[in-house]
Design a protein around this ligand. Structure first.
Ligand code: ZN
Length: 135
């Protein structure tokens, strides 16, 4: 009996996408909406949470693994960008007395130069574009 049930579950799970980091985030967001619906006594939050949870299960049991992997990749790219932005802010704050940060006018790469040097020519290590800065 138990073995048959296990076999049924295995057969159901076969070829399905399963869980990933995006699903975990979606689950947490859905949970947050449920909690908000309890705090603010608004049904709309519970409804939004429910929809997100349905999407979460849809992704988990989806057989289109390629599409789900692409979604995960997009999510991870955005997450990395956000993490990098926060790291930059932290670094800027840490170096606020000793260094100045600015973006390369040509390629957008963030450059860091020591403060208090007056007028200097800065060469971007990425694209070799040279700019004159007063630091
Ligand atoms: Zn550059």
């Amino acid at each position: 009996m138990l073995q048959r049930l296990r076999l049924m579950i295995q057969r159901f799970a076969y070829g399905r996408y399963g869980n990933d980091k995006l699903n975990i985030l979606m689950f947490i967001v859905a949970l947050a909406f449920y909690i908000m619906s309890l705090i603010f006594a608004r049904g709309i939050f519970a409804l939004i949470g429910f929809v997100i949870l349905i999407l979460c299960y849809f992704r988990m049991f989806s057989k289109n693994c390629q599409k789900r992997r692409e979604e995960l990749e997009k999510y991870l790219k955005i997450r990395t960008k956000i993490k990098m932005w926060f790291k930059l802010q932290k670094d800027k704050w840490r170096d606020r007395k000793t260094h100045k940060y600015f973006k390369c006018e040509n390629c957008g790469k963030v450059l860091r130069v020591p403060k208090g040097r007056g007028k200097i020519a800065v060469t971007c290590p990425g694209c070799k574009h040279e700019t004159v800065k007063f630091v």
